[in-house]
Design a protein around this ligand. Structure first.
Ligand SMILES: Cc1cc2nc3c(=O)[nH]c(=O)nc-3n(C[C@H](O)[C@H](O)[C@H](O)COP(=O)(O)OP(=O)(O)OC[C@H]3O[C@@H](n4cnc5c(N)ncnc54)[C@H](O)[C@@H]3O)c2cc1C
Length: 403
């Protein structure tokens, strides 16, 4: 067993959450080790959709305006509209006031880990964290290295080992399981999809395969998506595990058929869990905090997680900095920051999600369609980050810094 010198912070996991917190702490002059079990570039099962609030975050925190994101080849495709279906019925087909973008995670995550290294974080790849001792504030890797730190940050995704080693008083495991989603996703080469699309499906995808499609009713308490990339089309379904049981394979096959892409039904999809409303309200214990998927932070309506990975990492970095420099209590400071706005937003988004899926369960399609048509610009603004999910008030300050 090799003991490393003590760090101010050890970050477990080098996805968007881990790289963001490592970068911000490094920039503040703290000694940081970022431990990622895989080697970059590494992929992550993901639709790669970046809403405007994510793009604004990248500009504000990493000084990456859209022009630079393009130059760094971090944006693969731009979505200027969207289509929304319930089953095979088209409910909305709208232009977006501001676009959404699509990224490829192998490139995005590699770039961000590079930024963490530039900010002074030591990035160690290829060894998995196999043990966490919260009381002693140490983590041990599969290489047998032991890292000790004043703060441990669990940024190790939905399967988080750091979370699983926290006590029941921090993680309500029943609530976690009840709100855990499951996804299946396929990336099919664009050329092959273009040749086959609309052969036999009731949902007509656009000819250029440029429009993101969201389809409710593909599975229970979830939806199907067709997301455009430059070289590939990403097709997936995701919904609450508790509502769908083992039906996802058949549901994906039916979805592929409905969009005219049943030729790909024999392809093996990637399966991956997704937090869908199981965020942990106080994800901190002694010297440990959870960020991103490890803490269950995604938007419960769409499962958008890249933004919440960045945002919880930013709030955690602020709390950790105050803890390390001024002795502020870590868990209380981080929890208070989360509660000020973010948890309230997630709660309101959960309520909207519950209303939507209860209407679908009750087959109340007509009032639901009327509601969706009346509120779609408000909901889009809330997803893009310019309105609050609470009452849809305009709120330019919602994600604009650490309040
Ligand atoms: C099918 C699907 C589609 C999605 N589509 C979108 C989308 O379009 N837009 C969007 O915003 N979000 C989407 N999401 C959600 C998004 O992918 C996640 O919310 C996001 O990746 C969370 O980032 P993270 O940094 O918290 O975790 P991750 O990206 O999962 O990163 C965790 C990292 O920790 C590492 N790690 C894990 N365990 C250990 C260990 N023991 N030791 C060391 N390292 C470890 C992993 O290798 C990984 O690199 C989607 C998710 C799924 C499943």
């Amino acid at each position: 067993m090799k003991s490393r010198p003590e760090y101010d912070a050890v970050v477990v996991g080098g996805g968007p959450a881990g790289s963001t917190v490592a970068c911000l702490l490094g920039e503040s002059g703290h000694s940081v080790a970022l431990l990622e079990r895989r080697a970059y570039p590494r992929n992550k099962v993901c639709g790669g959709c970046l809403s405007q609030k994510t793009v604004r975050f990248l500009d504000r925190v990493f000084s990456l305006p859209v022009s630079t994101l393009r130059r760094e080849e971090l944006l693969d495709f731009t979505g200027t509209g969207y289509a929304l279906y319930i089953g095979s019925r088209r409910i909305l087909a709208e232009d977006l006031a501001e676009p959404v973008y699509f990224t490829r995670r192998e490139r995005y995550d590699t770039y961000l880990a590079g930024r963490a290294a530039q900010a002074g974080a030591e990035v160690h790849t290829g060894a998995e964290v196999t043990a966490v001792d919260h009381a002693r504030r140490t983590v041990t890797t599969s290489d047998g290295d032991r890292y000790s730190a004043r703060v441990i940050i669990g940024a190790d995704g939905v399967h988080s080992r750091v979370r699983r080693t926290l006590p029941e008083s921090v993680v309500d495991r029943k609530r976690w399981q009840n709100n855990l989603g499951w996804t299946l996703e396929l990336a099919v080469p664009r050329r092959e999809a273009e040749a086959l699309v609309n052969v036999d499906g009731p949902i007509r995808l656009d000819d250029g395969l440029a429009t993101p499609h969201l389809v409710l009713g593909t599975c229970r308490w979830g939806y199907g998506w067709v997301f455009p990339n430059r070289e590939a089309i990403i097709i997936g379904i995701g919904g609450l595990l508790s509502a769908n049981g083992n039906n996802f394979r058949e549901e994906l096959a039916a979805f592929l058929k409905s969009v005219g892409l049943s030729a790909f039904a024999g392809w093996k999809p990637a399966g991956y869990p997704l937090p869908l409303g199981n965020y942990i309200p106080s994800p901190a214990h002694e010297g440990t905090v959870l960020v991103g998927d490890a803490g269950g932070f995604t938007g419960p309506l769409l499962g958008e997680g890249i933004f919440y990975a960045h945002r919880t990492a930013e709030l955690a970095a602020h709390a950790i900095d105050r803890h390390l420099t001024a002795g502020a209590p870590l868990a209380a400071t981080y929890t208070a920051l989360l509660r000020r706005r973010l948890i309230q937003e997630l709660r309101a988004e959960t309520a909207l999600r519950n209303f939507l899926y209860r209407c679908l369960d009750a087959r109340m399609h007509a009032p639901l369609v009327a509601f969706m048509r009346a509120t779609n610009t408000l909901v889009v603004d809330a997803v893009q980050g310019t309105r609050s999910f609470r009452g849809f008030w305009r709120d330019g300050d919602l994600h604009s810094g650490v309040w």
